[in-house]
Ligand binder design. Structure first.
Ligand SMILES: [Zn+2]
Length: 459
């Protein structure tokens, strides 16, 4: 029970050996565990919500397959489990008291915590997905907040992943909307990778590219079906998400699946934005809004004639490392984010000489690059329509952010990761602030866009 695309991806993955995807896949949990972890005991780790969705079914399947089980570990459903270093230590300590392999039953947070904790003990684990809400199930690395900073902690992916499409289709629709928000970012993220490739910063691995971009359009094609919990639509989204995670595993970094749209989410997450809400603001909701923000920005970028860029003019006031650091510090008022942003930005600082070469390359490649970007990208209005129909966030007002906060996030997002995106191209070309300002000025995408009511789980 899997798909040919997933088989192709698994062939290149060195950690995950099996992805069991389909309606009824929960019943195959025991067989998957026994095949991949023969002779091992199992301990299910879940929270009250995810246990209710799939815990008893997973337990029954494991038992039927003859797997010995510890008592399940079930964390409270409220407040929602937060994936931070303290939680990882807690789960690691629980696992250290048994020789059982963990079976994570849950979505993003539960899986990330169990992944990291298992890896600390050098122990393989199995993941049972309960919602089509993230692409991180099959990814190498876990999204964990470490000492207040949202980080991708290096750790091994699950040895097997069970993707019960019927369980995921029955999950709250906000979780599916979250998954779509995470996946649709692969559109501008792909564009960012193309830019990095064309400028000689980081080559595209086209085999890995196909793993993510191949299933992408099918996966986001039916937002109405996703909102209704239609199993075919959820199966397509789930496949896209698993493929994206496997691509991260094959590539060894999150580059195939994460561009500047993700940095909007990371920035808000590090600011703690929405963390204390009754239902914390999800990764995919933030990423979906970041996707829309980036697609709107790319529309302006595609209208620029960068082949006529005034390189000498730009180099005249090229910042020294100290000036660039001061720029980053001024943008990031929160100390812990500032420290991290200063470090990450220093990692991509260019000397004037290197900048000249970069900008000369940009001038040279721009006509062809612009054409290819135009083929890769989607219009912002189309992204907005998909987000709206699936029930995801598509205006900052829905999560209580002002347009001014969104505007500053474009600038902050450029500073928080060394990984190169189009935000860096604009910064290097001296155009970032003016391009961002155009989005909020008359005629710009965000200008006069009516605020929408605050998002609630009932809306
Ligand atoms: Zn993501």
């Amino acid at each position: 029970m899997t798909t040919s695309r997933i088989e192709t991806a698994l062939a290149g993955a060195d950690q995950t050996k099996a992805v069991v995807l389909g309606v009824g896949a929960l019943d195959l949990t025991g067989a998957a565990f026994r095949d991949q972890l023969p002779g091992k005991r199992a301990v299910i780790i879940a929270d009250e919500n995810t246990w209710a969705a799939a815990g008893p079914g997973a337990e029954e399947s494991l038992r039927a397959a003859g797997v010995d089980l510890d008592e399940p570990v079930i964390f409270p459903g409220r407040p929602v489990l937060f994936a931070d270093d303290a939680m990882v230590e807690r789960v690691r300590d629980i696992l250290a008291g048994t020789d059982a392999a963990a079976v994570s039953v849950g979505s993003g947070s539960v899986n990330d915590v169990v992944k990291n904790a298992s890896d600390l003990l050098g122990r393989p684990y199995l993941s049972v997905c309960t919602a089509a809400s993230v692409d991180g199930y099959t990814a190498e690395g876990a999204a964990i907040t470490v000492k207040g900073v949202k980080s991708t902690v290096p750790c091994r992916a699950p040895v097997a992943v069970v993707v019960p499409v019927d369980v995921m289709a029955a999950a709250p629709s906000r979780l599916t909307a979250t998954g779509l928000g995470d996946l649709i970012e692969k559109v501008p993220a792909g564009a960012d990778w193309m830019v990095a490739d064309a400028l000689g910063v980081e080559p595209v691995d086209w085999d890995v590219w196909d793993l993510v971009q191949g299933p992408l359009q099918d996966a986001i094609a039916d937002p109405d079906g996703l909102r209704r919990g239609d199993t075919e639509a959820v199966a397509a989204l789930s496949e896209g998400l698993q493929m994206s995670g496997l691509a991260i595993q094959v590539h060894g970094t999150s580059r195939p699946a994460s561009g500047a749209g993700h940095y909007f989410s990371h920035q808000w997450e590090m600011e703690g934005y929405g963390r204390d809400w009754a239902i914390p603001l999800s990764h995919g909701f933030k990423v979906g809004l970041g996707t829309l923000a980036m697609c709107a920005l790319y529309e302006i970028v595609l209208g620029l004639d960068l082949s006529a860029l005034d390189i000498e003019g730009r180099l005249q006031d090229w910042p020294t490392p100290e000036e660039d650091r001061a720029r980053v510090e001024a943008l990031q008022p929160v100390p812990v984010i500032r420290e991290s942003a200063v470090r990450e930005s220093a990692g991509k600082y260019l000397t004037a000489e290197a900048a000249r070469k970069r900008l000369e390359t940009l001038r040279r490649v721009w006509p062809e690059l612009r054409f290819r970007l135009g083929q890769q990208l989607m219009p912002a209005s189309e992204v907005e329509d998909i987000l709206r129909r699936v029930g995801a966030i598509h205006h900052p007002s829905q999560i209580g952010l002002s347009l001014e906060q969104l505007r500053i996030t474009y600038l902050r997002a450029q500073t928080i990761r060394t990984r190169y995106t189009v935000l860096d191209t604009l910064q290097e070309a001296g155009l970032l602030t003016s391009v961002v300002d155009r989005l909020f000025a008359p005629g710009g995408y965000w200008y006069g866009r009516s605020p929408e009511p605050r998002w609630t789980d009932e809306s």
